[in-house]
Design a protein around this ligand. Structure first.
Ligand SMILES: N[C@@H](CCC(=O)N[C@@H](CS)C(=O)NCC(=O)O)C(=O)O
Length: 214
């Protein structure tokens, strides 16, 4: 039995962790759950504990939550060549961690504000609220596009894929797939970035092994 188990919810941030595991060449088992009424099924929440949100990862006796935290744990524990995350003290580490955190704390936060208008606003002008909430998303995408334009390669920090990309790919894909705040506009450089991430052999393997689809 592989010592690492990834608890994977369909159409979720779980793909980030499958991709990191593939990048690091680690053996892992997947416990897969389809969504029920859009949510994680109770049996999955019972198995993972915590807040009941996915992904979760079990490594030996450790149960880990939060995709950014799991990514950092896997890099610190298994990325001996510092392929995805430079070592403590190297300024490049903080350039990578900038995006690891921004993927959730800025980009996903702003995109979810739009999604929650759609889900939870029962009266008033939903389209107007959504338009207001879209401003942040559009600024985020503009900045992401600028950073990618300045990159010396396909990925955020150049030609070498890092943990920054393993985290940001899903957020950007999710924003475009659900048209969260895009308001009919397009960001060709960011859209190309998502395609380049998904064209890597490791993302493809992660997708095949988990059955991820948005
Ligand atoms: N910040 C957390 C977010 C986890 C989260 O909200 N996961 C969603 C799927 S992307 C989930 O488990 N939803 C199912 C539910 O709420 O039942 C992370 O990065 O892991």
């Amino acid at each position: 039995m592989a010592p690492i188990t990834l608890y994977f919810l369909q159409a979720s941030r779980s793909i980030r962790i499958a991709w990191v595991l593939e990048e690091l060449g680690l053996d892992y088992e997947v416990v897969f759950a389809d969504r029920e009424n859009g949510k994680a099924p109770q049996w999955m929440k019972d198995q993972t504990g915590g807040l009941g949100k996915l992904p979760a990862l079990k490594d030996g006796d450790l149960m880990l939550y939060e995709s950014g935290n799991i990514t950092e744990y896997l890099c610190d524990t298994y990325d001996k060549q510092n392929k995805l995350l430079p070592p403590v003290g190297d300024p490049k580490r903080y350039a990578v961690l900038h995006w690891v955190h921004a993927a959730e704390a800025t980009y996903a936060l702003h995109a979810l504000a739009v999604l929650y208008c759609r889900w939870f606003q029962k009266d008033g002008d939903v389209a107007k609220t959504e338009e207001g909430a879209s401003v942040n998303v559009q600024k985020d995408l503009d900045y992401l596009g600028q950073v990618l334009e300045m990159s010396k390669g396909k990925f955020l920090l150049g030609e070498q894929l890092t943990a920054a990309d393993c985290m940001m790919e899903f957020t950007a894909d999710f924003v475009f797939a659900r048209k969260l705040g895009t308001q009919g506009k397009s960001w060709p450089r960011v859209e190309q970035y998502v395609k380049d991430c998904q064209a890597t052999s490791t993302w493809q393997k992660a997708q095949k092994k988990t059955g991820h689809k948005l």
